[in-house]
Design a protein around this ligand. Structure first.
Ligand SMILES: NC(=O)c1ccc[n+]([C@@H]2O[C@H](COP(=O)([O-])OP(=O)(O)OC[C@H]3O[C@@H](n4cnc5c(N)ncnc54)[C@H](OP(=O)(O)O)[C@@H]3O)[C@@H](O)[C@H]2O)c1
Length: 345
């Protein structure tokens, strides 16, 4: 491990111990997450050690605590899948020129971002946009990368098309609205309560449907004069997916992003055939290993869109480090709007 970039630069003083959230058994976040003093991890070959300045909370943090996420780190582990911070040490094979870089990205579990220091694969942390402060950058990477790949690459969203976004005031949903507008699409947002309607509208959705009050199918048909929508961005699944198949237009594309509703809908392939639409899966994490050059390109384009004023993460809360587990529980219950960043101790 190296901590000094050049003879002129100052070596960073890395303590032996740090405070970290730990999950020691599967369960609900507030039951199984606890604060502990643990050794500062050492970056392995190809990895970096990051002084975490801000950690972004995500829906999958709850799934990780429950043990139901696709990735299952060995117990005990530190959760947190997103961060902004500074590279303070590099492992074998990583250039020391990266020391001191302000980065954002995804840490390598079991050494997640809900700790004073985290470990990441060097390829998984990219320059943080200068147009965002540390809290903003800590909630930018995953949501906007997911939106970029889902809308621009998988669905090939085009100027003038109509985009429907489920959970439009949520984490990835709020990013999808802004990315849809940046591409010149008309955006319809679906939200779960009246208080989220103005939020989705402010993000850029021209039509916002409150699913607790309105029939979504009828409302979409009315908003599109019966034509339906060209692209659906669906982080919810279940009933939301069923709705999407009823409002998808000729040659439309439904992007399956997540299952926040807890149910996985089946795809009726005969219906897709008869209506000429496509159902596209999106696993953004896979692009990190399969097409890292595309992830870098997306980061450059997204940073430019931040500079142009087209994108700004919907950061609604900054919570204390001690309140991280309770905040994750509120995200999992669908009670939050936009994104939550955790201030580090
Ligand atoms: N495919 C990928 O690569 C990728 C990347 C990132 C995230 N994801 C997935 O995307 C999903 C959303 O993540 P996020 O961070 O953006 O979360 P989020 O939007 O903050 O929370 C999920 C939202 O879904 C809606 N929802 C509908 N039914 C729900 C239910 N039964 N329980 C809870 N929420 C419900 C709620 O909004 P309304 O009440 O307004 O409808 C809620 O706010 C997650 O499943 C996550 O794993 C996938």
């Amino acid at each position: 491990m190296s901590t000094e970039a050049s003879p002129e630069s100052e070596a960073v003083d890395i303590p032996a111990q740090m405070m970290a959230w730990q999950v020691s058994k599967p369960g609900e976040p507030v039951d199984v997450m606890a604060l502990a003093e643990v050794p500062v991890p050492t970056p392995g070959p190809g990895q970096v050690l990051i002084d975490v300045w801000s950690a972004g909370l995500n829906f999958p943090d709850a799934l990780l605590a429950r043990g139901t996420y696709q990735e299952k780190p060995p117990l005990p582990f530190t959760p947190g899948i997103e961060l902004c911070g500074e590279i303070v040490a590099v492992g074998d094979g990583v250039q020391t020129t990266r020391l001191g870089e302000r980065v954002m990205g995804t840490p390598a579990l079991p050494h997640g971002s809900l700790a004073e220091f985290a470990v990441a694969d060097a390829l998984d942390v990219l320059p943080a946009p200068t147009g965002l402060d540390d809290a903003g950058a800590s909630v930018f990477h995953i949501a906007y990368q997911t939106g970029w790949f889902g809308l621009y690459r998988r669905a090939n969203l085009r100027v003038g098309e109509t985009l429907l976004v489920h959970a439009a005031a949520g984490g990835v949903g709020s990013a999808a609205i802004q990315l849809g507008r940046a591409q010149g699409a008309h955006v319809i947002g679906v939200v779960g309560s009246a208080d989220k309607v103005p939020v989705a509208r402010k993000l850029g959705a021209e039509t916002v449907i409150d699913r607790s009050e309105e029939d979504v199918v009828e409302a979409v048909k009315a908003a599109t004069k019966g034509r339906g929508v060209d692209v659906v961005f669906d982080p919810v699944g279940g009933a939301a997916f069923e709705t999407s198949t009823k409002v998808i237009a000729f040659e439309g594309r439904i992007v399956v992003v997540g299952f926040a509703g807890g149910e996985i809908a089946g795809v009726a392939t005969n219906h897709a055939l008869v209506k000429n639409y496509g159902v596209l899966g999106l696993h953004w994490g896979l692009y990190r290993s399969q097409r890292p050059e595309l992830v870098r390109r997306a980061n450059e384009e997204l940073s430019n869109l931040v500079d142009a004023g087209a994108l700004a993460p919907l950061l609604t809360e900054r919570v204390a480090f001690e309140d991280a587990a309770a905040a994750i529980a509120r995200i999992a219950a669908g009670e939050t709007t936009g994104r939550i960043a955790v201030n580090m101790p």
